[in-house]
Ligand binder design. Sequence first.
Ligand code: PLP
Length: 420
Amino acid sequence: MKLSSFGEKLTKKTGILELMDDLGRAMNTEKHLLMLGGGNPAHIPEVEKIWHKRWNEIAENGDELERLLGNYTTPQGDAEFMEATADFFKRNYHWQISSKNIAVLNGSQTAFYFLFNMLAGKFSDGTEKKILLPLVPEYIGYADQGISEDMFLSVKPSIEFLENHTFKYHINFDEINVSENIGAICLSRPTNPTGNVVTDEEVSRLHTLAKEHDVPFIIDNAYGAPFPKILFTDVNPIWDEHIIYVLTLSKLGLPSTRTSIVIANEEIIEKLTSINAIVSLSTGTLGQHLVLPYLKNDEVIKISSEIIQPFYQKKAEKAIAFFHEQMQGSEVDYYLHKSEGALFLWLWCKDLPISDYELYQRLKQRGVIVVPGNYFYPGLQEEWKQKKECLRITYGQEEEMVHKGLAIIAEEVKKAYERG
Ligand code: PLP
């Protein structure tokens, strides 16, 4: 079938398609696979109990159920939910916002698609703009979202080596140039795939650059504060008219409700609302109804810091210790990125004799699903050997599965260095 450029662009084989396909098969049909590849949040019984209770409450309250199932909301979101969200951030962070600064969209993946394509690409005056990713590796899900080709421009990080096979990426500000052709700056924090948390100082420098050049600074808060807070270091969330703060309910254990919250200046919210009306008419309200009372009484902070955060931190620490044990005694020059948040370990096998994709294929043959690292460099124009030396490993699933998978990864990594 002959497709338009839009059709061609969105139907070609992409990393995100392969990833979601692997994930869907491992979670639903081929359950023997060790799924260390996707971004599915863990099923945390204490959190599930909260959502089950709330679900029953809604089901028993005929009025609310009828509204939830039977009504479209405005394309900006449910009025009560937007009001409660604005109040929540005013109360807890003193952000000067109202519901006019909030849009609720069908998942943050959709929010990024709208934002990137509205702020970058071709402009009616003939100019073209790009989204600047100040640090790669960066989220695989951005890579193919641009309707126009080459939507991203990204910058290689600097590397800080730490003790015990650990390293951390930093933003290389010497290489960052917010020129005329930059439409917005975007950063995931904590970063998917590395678990890096860019420091408050680095965020503040990016914010200053965004203000100086009058471009929006998009902060992808899929894992950050105040919720879901899969974050193992202290950060200070900031917002002003130049920041577009994107949150999602997914990592609160509600990925299938497809609910994201965008906090931005009123003009950006108006534009997003217009796009949402065209693309979706309106946003699903299940997630908004489930979470509403927990926003109103601030319980969402407690759920995040007292249940979700410690749950993941413990898992990350155990997985890291286990992997180092498996690698003990080997000569392999490997490093794990310092784990500061998100669901992933980022493994760098320095001078790996085979490609990351070959390693991914070998692991898949042995029933372990991970994601090859080279997908995480959207917009990086220069060659960089490290692009083909890394894997993203999800540590959030059941411990037995994660350990089995990590043991096989360690074996295959060692084998690759011994035999190629
Ligand atoms: N941003 C990051 C960094 C992610 O890791 C994800 C999903 O894993 C998303 C955005 C999209 O999440 P959702 O569309 O479920 O809100």
